[in-house]
Design a protein around this ligand. Sequence first.
Ligand code: GLC
Length: 440
Amino acid sequence: MYDHEKMIAAVSEVLAMNDRGSYTQPAHGLYPHQWLWDSCFVAIGMRHLDVERAQTEILSLLRGQWQNGMLPNIIFRDDPQYRTDRSIWRSWLSPNAPSDVMTTGITQPPMLAEAVVQIGKKLKAPERRRWYRLVYPAIVAYHEWHYAERDPHQEGLVLQIHPWETGLDNTPPWMNEMHDHQLPFWISVIEKSRFDRVINLFRRDTHSVPIDQRFSTIEALCLFDIQRRLRRKNYDIERVLNRSIFAIEDLSYNCIFIRANELLREIAATIKTDVPEELDRNMKLSEKAIEHLWDEYSNQYYSRDFVTHRLLKIPTIATLLPLYAGSVSHTRAKELVSLLEDDEMFGPAYPVPSVPLNSEWFQSKLYWQGPSWVNMNWLIIDGLKRYGFNDHALALTESTLEMVERAGSYEYFDPITGEAAGAANFSWTAALALDLAKTR
Ligand code: GLC
């Protein structure tokens, strides 16, 4: 019905437009720097156009790797006009930060191994091995960092310290916790301080996107406050966790990490090496640990509070990501698929909504509180295929492509009408639509 060729030309143009030589900015104006998981998604699409350029995208991410193995969620552009962005974070306060590039002090979902393997699929065997050998040490260090710093009790689940680390910035369970922990403090700060100036700096987002499609100013201030507290502790995890505001074992993040571990094994096997013993043990633990996030009353997985182990029982798009993790039983996977089929939950005309339609949080154009996002669809499609739900995978692929073909490479889409929302010419939408069209 739809002319995929035309769409492929259009999305390729978006990627070319956002290409900054060695990396791709997520969107002109709003997101001018290099973002971690954005670049991974971009590389997954870019490999169909220029596999070498896709490799460069990944190598360029590795410039930002910290000495402790962390990959930051943003590597800042070295341009005087972005001095404020760099100095909000002051990554140089940490002895672990690289000295030649400026970054944030937090990470984002570990899509690196996936991007590396997807690129590998486009290479002949000897080149693939060379590629894997080149990036393997960085991926191992990155995964080891997760266990060393983000799983202090060796439970197999890794914790996040800022909503931005999940990539789903204003996802309801995190916003709910944030309001509970912080709002009263912030109301007084706003009253007393000159924070409106900071708000203006921080809210570049609402210059180009309608305010009702982004998080509230109070939420923005809270996010900034958490960032400032992390900075005050020089991004030193022991100090951060010592008196943490909140730390969450996020469901979507952990699902992506479990899959990334499996892909790391695949990389190691291809280059005939063994994953370091301790890492191997931890990885096995993670596959099982996801079951601690299962709630037998509502038959769903949830994120968990790191300290109290309380499940944060608000369903979101993360509910479906155990399909991508791939480590849950077929029976559980089937239960998740039934939620995807449910018209009142994840089954509107343009799925998959980032919170279910019947949630009190649902707003069709509000960022991660309703709209459909192409990266989430890509992850779910990939999981559906691996569990053998091929018809579901195909249906979701088609509706995703239709959404992009009709509305363009927007950041997110209204799941009921398919209307575009957020930033225009958004790189990962373009890249992943390209990948879906090419691998259908
Ligand atoms: C927004 C998204 C985040 C993404 C970033 C750059 O903050 O929530 O996931 O990485 O934009 O596109």
